[in-house]
Design a protein around this ligand. Structure first.
Ligand SMILES: *[C@@H]1O[C@H](CO)[C@@H](O)[C@H](O)[C@H]1NC(C)=O
Ligand SMILES: *[C@@H]1O[C@H](CO)[C@@H](O)[C@H](O)[C@H]1NC(C)=O
Ligand SMILES: *[C@@H]1O[C@H](CO)[C@@H](O)[C@H](O)[C@H]1NC(C)=O
Length: 357
């Protein structure tokens, strides 16, 4: 673990505006490198309630049928969000020792995988997890630019490759983005029924204008616009919270099907967003519905300005800061949205004051 990024600039010197020039330089340099030097508090151990079965075989839970399998990506830029998400999952589940995390990291940055592993093990010493390097350079050739550059990072596409990254013994899992927190038991979400041949379950939003997710050149092309013809009404769903039946995904080779849409997108622009539209092309109108409480999304605001958003009406099990603004950034900038106060209690980052204490 790197030494704390604090310096001998005391808080008193900050308060009384007497800080000297070297002090200023240090402050700016700690801000510039803060993404590499984030330090997190150690989370407490969370215990199973008596009704939970124990996982076998010990100690490798990678394949346990009884475990709730959770897949997330892990990178330095969103680490603070991931840590809060993990904490929120452990806090609200009755069987925290039965949650198995599968973290996907960028293979192009092996040194950050080592750092991420260290940070995880020191922050959550009792966590069941595996890490998987994702060949992000290989997928970058398939990515076309979208309206928001953060959507174009290769790791954003890792959710398409979970079926090949994770061992085949994992049959279903919950995929989660890093900008969310749960306030309910993830085991309930993981237990969502996937009737028939459903590959995915996610909350559907049928009042969203589905046509708007694809370009006029998509809809005006007769063979492309027939994509949804044989399905029940296709509706928008957010790919940040999905229950995935990995065995059916593998059987249908949906990774290849999604890649084919991405290749088409490189030749003719059929959509404007990043990793979401190919999922809609393959699965919209074919997914199992999940109650909206499991993805109160859009709290980051729109993709352009990141304005504050309200919760959707109804109960809340999961809050998702999708969109441009992230709660940790707005809190740091002292310009939080009202709902960012719900994220703050899950923030494990050591602030300068906690480091000095
Ligand atoms: C646990 O088991 C899985 C599947 O058999 C294997 O891929 C993985 O490497 C094992 N992990 C450890 C830490 O032994
Ligand atoms: C993480 O670090 C621990 C301890 O240093 C090591 O035993 C483990 O294999 C590492 N895991 C991964 C996935 O790199
Ligand atoms: C839905 O979006 C399409 C494409 O952007 C637009 O042409 C259409 O008018 C919209 N429909 C409604 C009901 O807003």
């Amino acid at each position: 673990m790197a030494p704390p990024p604090t310096t001998k600039c005391s808080f008193f010197s900050l308060f009384f505006f007497t800080f000297t020039f070297p002090c200023l330089i240090l402050l700016f340099s700690t801000q510039a490198t803060s993404t590499q030097q984030q330090r997190f508090k150690e989370a407490p151990k969370y215990y199973n309630s008596p009704t939970c079965g124990t996982l076998k075989p010990e100690p490798n839970h990678t394949c346990s049928e009884k475990a709730v399998h959770v897949a997330m990506t892990l990178d330095v830029a969103y680490l603070r969000g991931s840590m809060a998400a993990i904490l929120s999952i452990l806090q609200h589940t009755s069987c925290p020792e039965n949650v198995m995390f599968h973290f996907v990291t960028a293979a192009s940055k092996p040194s950050s995988a080592v750092t991420l592993n260290k940070t995880l093990t020191t922050t959550f010493p009792y966590l069941n997890f595996q890490m998987y390097p994702f060949e992000d350079d290989a997928v970058s050739r398939l990515i076309s630019t979208s309206i928001r550059s953060a959507l174009d990072t290769p790791l954003n596409y890792a959710r398409t490759y979970l079926s090949t990254l994770l061992p085949h013994c994992v049959t279903t899992l919950v995929y989660l983005d890093s900008d969310l927190i749960l306030v309910d038991d993830i085991a309930k979400l993981a237990a969502t029924p996937l009737p028939g041949q459903a590959v995915l379950a996610a909350p559907e939003y049928c009042s969203a204008n589905f046509s708007a997710y694809f370009t006029p050149s998509f809809w005006s092309n007769p063979s492309l616009s027939l994509t949804f013809a044989t399905r029940r009404r296709p509706c928008y769903f957010n790919t940040g919270v999905m229950v995935i039946h990995l065995r059916r995904w593998r059987a249908g080779d949906y990774t290849t099907v999604i890649e084919e849409w991405m290749e088409l997108q490189k030749r003719m622009r059929i959509y404007e967003l990043g990793s979401l539209p190919p999922f809609l092309l393959v699965f919209a109108g074919r997914i199992a519905a999940v109650d909206h409480r499991w993805n109160q999304h859009g709290l980051g605001g729109d993709n352009f300005r990141g304005l504050c958003r309200e919760l959707h009406p109804g109960p809340v099990s999961l809050l998702h800061w999708s969109g441009k603004g992230k709660p940790w950034a707005r809190l740091d900038a002292n310009r939080p949205c009202p709902l960012d106060a719900l994220w703050a209690p899950y923030d494990l980052l050591h602030t300068r004051s906690t480091l000095q204490a």
